[in-house]
Design a protein around this ligand. Structure first.
Ligand code: UGY
Ligand code: MN
Length: 247
């Protein structure tokens, strides 16, 4: 029997400056190039975003074939192989992969896999080489306190030089920790809650959020987060970065 879906209630909401996308509202769809799997597309130009972000679920031998743009992938669960012109590596939970548009790279699941994928058109800078594909692991990256606050630790997954036109970080908040300011900035965000929960201020609203939720924040969307509960809250956050806004 199909359950009554909470009489039409969901925490998900789409506003002009932000989207809160909660698992009860996810719709799985096939995508060309995602073979043996399906995706929940959280952010896309249709929403107003300058990038695409989706969660993908793959069965063993399922594949993500190369795309025309640069791609970043973060492994949530499972085991896979990453195969490209100069890459042949296996990855597990906590690993991530950067794939530039210039190196067609295939991702093949060796076990049931869940991953987050971010795709963005590369914005070249004169004289700055396009980065090469690489695999990293979050556990190997030293966390840094944000603005000296030891209760809010940031891991910067991509190198910070101008070859990269976006950043992806994880941010871990001890229970009770919060952003020191309401941020308002030119960058947009794609955020996936990985652990714990708290309250996210987006624009003029305050939302309870928890692991599994996705948030898109438009440029200049006022944003603030405070962790609530007895366990740390952690999220994976994308932002466009390292480029002068175009006129
Ligand atoms: O990198 C950031 O802008 C980050 N501090 N934003 C956020 O957590 N909402
Ligand atoms: Mn921010």
């Amino acid at each position: 029997m199909i359950p009554l879906q909470q009489l039409g209630h969901t925490r998900s909401t789409r506003q002009p400056t932000h989207l809160l996308h909660t698992p009860d509202a996810f719709v799985r769809i096939p995508l060309p190039g995602l073979i043996g799997g399906d995706a929940v597309v959280h952010a896309a130009p249709a929403l107003g975003a300058g990038f695409v972000q989706y969660s993908a679920t793959l069965s063993p031998k399922g594949k993500l074939t190369p795309c025309a743009h640069q791609r970043f992938l973060y492994m949530l669960e499972g085991e896979a192989s990453v195969i490209g012109p100069q890459l042949d590596q296996s990855v597990g939970a906590g690993a991530f992969v950067y794939m530039p548009p210039t190196q067609p790279t295939t991702f093949i699941a060796n076990a049931p896999c869940r991953c987050v994928v971010i795709e963005k058109k590369y914005e070249p800078l004169p004289g700055v080489p396009v980065p090469s594909a690489f695999v990293g692991n979050e556990a190997a990256i030293a966390p840094q306190p944000l603005g000296g606050d030891e209760s809010l630790m940031v891991r910067t997954l991509l190198p910070t030089h101008f070859g990269f036109d976006f950043a992806v970080n994880t941010m871990t908040f001890a229970p009770g920790a919060a952003l020191a300011q309401v941020e308002v900035h030119v960058m947009e965000h794609g955020l996936l809650m990985l652990e714990g929960g708290g309250i996210y201020r987006l624009g003029e609203q305050w939302y309870p959020v928890e692991a599994g939720d996705f948030i898109w924040m438009a440029p200049y969307c006022p944003q603030w987060f405070g962790a609530i509960g007895k366990q740390p809250a952690k999220y994976l956050i994308y932002k466009d970065f390292n480029r002068t806004p175009a006129l």
